[in-house]
Design a protein around this ligand. Sequence first.
Ligand code: FUL
Length: 635
Amino acid sequence: MRARILAALVSLLPCGCAGPNPSEVRGEPGASHAALRPSPPVPSAKQLAWHELEYYAFVHFNMDTFTGNEWGSGTEDPKLFAPTALDCRQWARVAREAGMRAIILTAKHHDGFCLWPSKYSSHTVASSSWKNGQGDVLRELSDACREHGLKLGLYLSPWDRNSKAYGSGAAYNEYFANQLTEVLTQYGPVFEVWFDGACGEGPNGKQQVYDWKLFHDTVYRHQPDAVIFSDVGPDVRWMGNERGIVGETNWGMLSPAGFEPGAKAPAVEVLNTGQIDGTHWIPAECDVSIRPGWYYHAEQDGKVKSLEQLQEIWFGSVGRGANLLLNLPVDRRGLVHENDVARLMEFKAWRDAAFAIAYEAQAVFPDQIEPSEFDAFVRHMRWRFDAPREIDLLELGELIQLGQRVGSFTVRGANGAEEPRVLARGTTIGRKRLLRIDRQTLTDLWIDVDSARGTPLLDFVRAYSTPPPKRAPEVPPPAPTESATASSLPLRKAVVFVRAPDPGLAFRVFEATGLNLDALDSSPPIATGASPQANLGGLPPGGDLVIAWNGFVQVPSSGAWTLRPSNREGVRLWIGDELVLDGDDVRASADGCVVGLEQGWHPIRLTWVRVTAAEELALSIESKAGAAVVPQFGH
Ligand code: FUL
């Protein structure tokens, strides 16, 4: 498709409209028009190949699996590593059947335990009881990936809490580079090396200063086709949260100069959106776990993300041009747990069905375009289906080989001679942009590019007719009963007012840049006011703001109540002094938080680091029995 659109565009231009460097554009005839030359930065060949992988598995499986920790200390007895039925072929089969194209394994996490028999450490599988110390998980996984046609990626934590050399400077860096060399020379091709930014204190109390240049050079020397992931690339960037949702605005570009992974990384808001004027192509990868933890914990067997949560993650990652790295916490047997497998297959079945009925729209071209009119033409292109199509999902993509350009757009549509109506608006498009629209029959689409950093070049416009969601039979929620409300949760005491507070929550709006979230109360707001109802809307447009609401919520009867903001990203909720929901914490439930509350008024505080341009945040309150009430706020 790509070549077709580009070829169609260039063929419209009269010959002889030569720009300064015709050979720059992939040898297409007539491609000398300035608009068809790359708008740097552009992806490298290996980054383009990485974009095509789209969805792959993270596997957290290591010492923590057996200790129940998320972060180990490095002092664990290696004998604790004792999977009873480790089968990397099962991981690979599950990943392939789930539609994933690669697996990235935690070869070494912060505790330093190596899943391969490293000759530079004794804290490895060789000292474990698994296979009498003869096993090598990397060997088994690389074989399994090859058999199942998957690519292999490796996570090696530079923070190594077991290494005596940690904190020593050059000696540790050399040790780490040696370990990199081991894993990158013995297990075949590696498509991605995943560097975490964590950097703690060594046994000598000193912090290690990582030699990133040495680490990168080592990777590229042994695996020139591998991309390196970290907070700031150099090839792929962390996108600022562990919930799998990249910014609605998502540029593939970032300016990494002066930054490093970890504490010296750019602000999470910047990582979340990328930078329109970024100097390098460093696209976003969304890492998120299918369970609350990265590692396996039996008590989370019932907390595998729901299909609906995975769907939202898909639209918030792949649907915004990022890649999705979905973590599977392999269990103590050494297998992907049955519950995770079932959900992965359900998710795959949903995607298969959702994207099964696809309609490719074709661009409607005049016979010829004058070079001077080319830019205006592609900013308002009309696309047509071959017949009236009933659709509810749109998919747009830019020709990112030439750079990402679109900053905002509007999609309009019509059926035949109808007056075109607005179907969707968005900011960036990038490699792929999914837009859910109301189901309707359409013959024509107009993609109006409202702002762009260069002449916009769309690569494809597709539409889908997704099957209606299967609904569980409507069962009216039971009215809250005494037994439903009498929960085992301790009930927080209500505040007794002499008179009812003024209606609404008081809000303050702050500029996010440079703001210390812990010192909000002493920071000057740019706007203040009160939000009368549950829908805390009416805020200034744009991103880069922090909004804090303070006041009280009235609870109609004593018992367990669920408080759920309509959006988790960047949201924190306190009841009294206790932080009950931290939307930035991967362990937080997307379903809100359940708290025991006495009937009456309770102090609440809500903060929202608004990284998107959304102007509303709603807070709903439901009893444990599922009955929603309209929250009454006071301040
Ligand atoms: C983080 C680590 O500290 C977590 O344990 C996990 O590995 C996650 C993917 O990256 O920074």
